[in-house]
Design a protein around this ligand. Structure first.
Ligand SMILES: Nc1ncnc2c1ncn2[C@@H]1O[C@H](COP(=O)(O)OP(=O)(O)OP(=O)(O)O)[C@@H](O)[C@H]1O
Ligand SMILES: [Mg+2]
Length: 419
């Protein structure tokens, strides 16, 4: 339940944050676009108004007098047909542009607006860009209707709004997809870790129970001599030894999973294999098993992480010793092909059932026969081998016929690179 909550909350956060970022970016984009468009649309209109104003300002004389009487106000011809001009003298209209489409007495009200600066004037349903200024005691008003420009700005704002909504929906879908694809591998990993911890503690339960039981027995007979309980003590020691091995295997595996650095050195391959072989030949002899080592005819130098490679081979040899009986045979073969080396560990033991062959590399997996046989182990060996092999770029192959034996092959380059 908790596990689900963690991922649900994280998924929600990823979606909210990514949609929020997209939303903010789109909003800024829409605002800048609308602003730039508005400025561009009004630029031409404003230029025409300024041109007309300049013509009026620079005209030598606007008023024609006859004697003392003002006869006419002469305004330069409009630079564009839709430019309106009104000239006032003491609140009386004394001149206007020829194309006054507003009709009589329907002049826009300029009161309250700035002087000598272009502004947007709203007059009922009409909107203008306009300017007012004075010359020779005359108040001059220039304006151009911008209703169609405003309509196009509104249309742009509307389409920006619609595309904003569509893009947010798309962003929401993509963010949900992103959240799922980012979180799913983590969820799998999280569940694996959880299962790993549960399996580890489960594996420790049995030996701990055995140790506890035997110790309780010893405590109850505290006056007895040690040798009288030799069997209990040796069982305790065996279980402790198993726990110690499990602990060091788990630690090693977690280190491998973290991707520890390799320590690559160059050494002779035949010497390396025969050293390992010699150590186990005695073991095999004690168990009445034959141990063969077939080295390369011509020795070569390899550049490997020696201790890790040794660990891989030892895991296979220990399994071969564990899952064979007296009279069986264990063979190590070394081959070289071009730059590749193959190391085989083959045995004539119990073999592995077809359906178990994939699963034996899973953590804590032991075949039912292995569990029933009473042979010590916790099913960590081969999964540790898989983790180490991954880090060393070593390929593992398995061939086995149930009842006839098993053959594990490690294939790797003779020169490992430290990546
Ligand atoms: N050479 C082999 N012959 C037959 N079965 C094998 C051989 N090697 C491995 N197996 C099977 O694969 C299982 C997993 O092996 P692995 O080495 O991971 O665990 P283990 O030997 O049971 O315990 P551990 O290695 O942790 O002490 C074994 O329990 C056994 O069933
Ligand atoms: Mg093993």
């Amino acid at each position: 339940m908790k596990e689900r909550d963690i991922f649900r909350r994280t998924r929600k956060n990823i979606i909210v944050v990514s949609v929020g970022i997209v939303m903010a970016a789109l909003l800024i984009y829409a605002m800048i676009t609308a602003q730039l468009y508005k400025r561009h649309v009004f630029k031409d209109v404003d230029q025409q108004i300024l041109m007309q104003r300049n013509q009026i300002i620079h005209a030598p004389n606007l008023i024609k007098y006859r004697g003392e009487r003002m006869v006419e106000v002469m305004i330069p011809a409009p630079v564009t047909f839709n430019l309106l001009s009104f000239v006032w003298l003491d609140d009386k209209l004394v001149g206007k542009s020829p194309h006054d489409y507003l009709g009589d007495n329907l002049y826009p009200d300029f009161t309250g607006y700035t002087v000598d600066e272009i502004f947007t004037l709203e007059d009922g349903e009409y909107i203008y860009r306009a300017i007012q200024f004075t010359k020779q005691g005359l108040k001059i008003q220039l304006l151009i209707n911008v209703n169609s420009e405003i309509a196009s700005v509104k249309a742009l704002e509307k389409s920006l709004g619609i595309s904003f909504l569509i893009l947010i929906v798309i962003a929401l879908i993509l963010a949900s997809y992103l959240a799922v694809s980012v979180l799913n591998p983590l969820k799998i990993l999280y569940n694996k870790q959880l299962a790993f911890i549960q399996d580890s503690s489960h594996e420790m339960r049995t030996p701990l129970a055995v140790i506890k039981g035997r110790l309780e027995l010893l405590v109850r007979h505290k006056n007895d001599k040690v040798e009288e309980h030799y069997e209990e003590i040796s069982i305790i020691m065996k279980e402790l030894w198993g726990l110690e091995k499990l602990n060091s295997d788990l630690l090693l595996m977690s280190k491998e999973d973290m991707g520890m650095k390799l320590e690559i050195t160059s050494f002779s391959l035949n010497e390396f294999i025969s050293e390992i072989g010699e150590f186990y030949t005695d073991f095999a002899e004690i168990q009445d098993k034959q141990f063969n080592v077939n080295l390369l005819e011509e020795d070569i130098e390899v550049s490997w992480d020696k201790s890790k490679m040794k660990r891989c081979i030892v895991i296979l040899i220990e399994n071969a010793l564990k899952y064979t009986g007296s009279g069986d045979e264990i063979t190590i073969n070394v081959f070289k092909k071009d730059k590749m080396i193959k190391i085989e560990v083959a045995d004539t033991g119990v073999g592995i059932k077809e359906e178990d062959q994939e699963r034996i590399f899973d953590r804590f997996f032991r075949s039912s026969e292995a569990r029933a046989s009473g042979k010590e182990g916790s099913g960590i060996g081969l999964s540790l081998l898989k983790s180490i092999a991954y880090g060393l770029d070593v390929k593992i192959d398995l061939r086995s016929v149930y009842g006839e034996g098993a053959k594990f092959t490690l294939t790797m380059s003779k020169q490992l690179k430290n990546s």
